[in-house]
Design a binder for this molecule. Structure first.
Ligand code: SF4
Ligand code: SF4
Length: 93
């Protein structure tokens, strides 16, 4: 199993699911996700998947399950209609 650990954390009261491959961190704002699957479908590297857990609205939010493959293209971020996922270049903060 080469799946990177998904970090489940809370930042200023917002529950996040994120993972990093050292170059890019993909962050999901769990409560905003409505499980539409757009990000999963547009990711060219098959990084994203539905969680087995659900958010308070009953949706299986997206998780960056195979973060090691992420190339930082931001297609997930650009195409999410709910601003629920974003990409951070590590070391850029
Ligand atoms: S595109 Fe946005 S709302 Fe849709 S599954 Fe992905 S993170 Fe969730
Ligand atoms: S930045 Fe690109 S490669 Fe990384 S998870 Fe988003 S769509 Fe996939």
């Amino acid at each position: 199993m080469d799946t990177a650990a998904i970090s489940e954390e809370s930042y200023s009261g917002t529950d996040l699911a994120s993972a990093s491959n050292g170059k890019f961190r993909v962050v999901v704002i769990k409560e905003r996700c409505k499980e539409c699957g757009i990000c999963i479908n547009v990711c060219p590297k098959d990084v994203l998947a539905r969680s087995s857990d659900i958010n308070s609205k009953g949706y299986h939010y997206t998780i960056p399950e195979r973060i090691e493959a992420c190339i930082g293209c931001r297609l997930c971020e650009i195409n999410c209609p709910d601003f629920a996922i974003y990409v951070v270049k590590e070391g850029s903060q």
